[in-house]
Each structure stands twice: as structure tokens, then as C-alpha cells.
Write a protein that binds this ligand. Structure first.
Ligand code: HEM
Length: 147
């Protein structure tokens, strides 16, 4: 059994992983419905999308902070292959993607914007984000020694 505080941090870490991935799956059906609704309903869907993105973003931050705490208090050094790979994926793509979400939503406010194009981009970004999160989830759970 994992001892006191460390165990609690692992629990927080895993809980935040759930909240950082799960809600994203709600985006796709909402994006699909957004394509053919009138402006007044559009706003309702958009506000749900914003809540989802904010939730995923906060959970993502908790995920990274608790991950760092696990490194500080735990037995795994930062250069362990599965941790390093997670960090590389996180740094190379995670932050750009997260910012991508906000930019896409901002574009929606522009009345001249091509709505379908923005929704395509939002859809692609969501799948890419889910894919990367699942790769990191695999690295964390399997802990493969890659070198
Ligand atoms: C800054 C990035 C991260 C660091 C430094 C980090 C660090 C760690 C460490 C050291 C453990 C091992 C805990 C233990 O078993 O003693 C762990 C477990 C775990 N991490 Fe991360 N993590 C990070 C990001 C992530 C991400 C992005 C996800 C999800 C996509 C994730 C999901 C998990 C899960 C589910 C476990 C539990 C696995 C298990 O023990 O079977 N972590 N993390």
C-alpha cells in the first residue's frame, strides 16, 4: 500500500487525469449539433463548450502539479523513461493544444468567421488532445522502461 501523503497525491493525480480527459468526449456530440442551429441556441452550446474546456484546463493543471509532487516525494526520478516521455509529449504539444482551444473559441466571436471551418478545427484539436492524453495515460499506467 502507498503511504499517507504520497497515496493521497496519487489519488488526486488519477482523479485529475479522469477530469482532464473524460469531459472532452462530450465536445464531439455538441460540436455536431452546433453545425445546424440558429444563433440564439448557438450561444447555449458555446457556453457548455467553454465550461468543458475550463474544467479540462483546471484538471490538467492539477494533473501536472500533482505529477511534479509525485516526482518530489516519490521513488521515481524525473529521467525515468516513461516519465521523461510524458514530459516531452506534454511540453511539445500539450500547451499549444490547450491554447489552441481558446483561440478557436475566440474566433467564433468574429461574425465573418467560417463556422464550419472553426468547428472542424475544434473537432480535430479535441481528438488530437484525447489521443495525446491516452498515450500519456498508457505511459503512466504501464510504466514501460524504454531505455
Ligand atoms: C508532469 C507530468 C506528469 C508527471 C511528472 C507524472 C508523474 C507520475 C508518477 C511519478 C506516477 C507514479 C505514482 C506511483 O505509482 O507511485 C504517476 C502515476 C500516474 N499518472 Fe502521472 N504524471 C504526469 C502526467 C500525467 C498525465 C498527463 C496523465 C494522464 C493522461 C497521468 C496519469 C497517471 C495515472 C493514471 C497514474 C497512476 C498509474 C499507476 O500507478 O498505475 N499522469 N504519475
Amino acid at each position: 500500500m502507498k503511504s499517507g501523503i504520497y497515496g493521497a497525491i496519487v489519488f488526486l493525480h488519477v482523479s485529475s487525469a479522469i477530469l482532464a480527459i473524460g469531459p472532452l468526449f462530450l465536445l464531439m456530440p455538441i460540436i455536431k449539433r452546433l453545425r445546424d442551429v440558429e444563433t440564439s441556441i448557438e450561444q447555449a452550446y458555446l457556453s457548455i463548450i467553454k465550461v468543458i474546456i475550463r474544467l479540462v484546463m483546471h484538471a490538467g493543471h492539477v494533473l501536472v502539479y500533482t505529477g511534479v509532487l509525485l516526482l518530489v516525494f516519490g521513488p521515481w526520478p524525473w529521467y525515468t523513461s516513461w516519465i521523461l516521455m510524458t514530459l516531452v509529449i506534454l511540453l511539445l504539444s500539450g500547451f499549444f493544444l490547450a491554447r489552441g482551444f481558446t483561440i478557436v473559441l475566440r474566433k467564433f466571436k468574429n461574425p465573418d468567421a467560417d463556422k464550419n471551418k472553426i468547428l472542424d478545427r475544434l473537432n480535430n484539436t479535441s481528438w488530437l488532445y484525447i489521443g495525446l492524453m491516452l498515450i500519456m495515460l498508457w505511459l503512466m499506467v504501464q510504466k514501460p522502461m524504454l531505455w
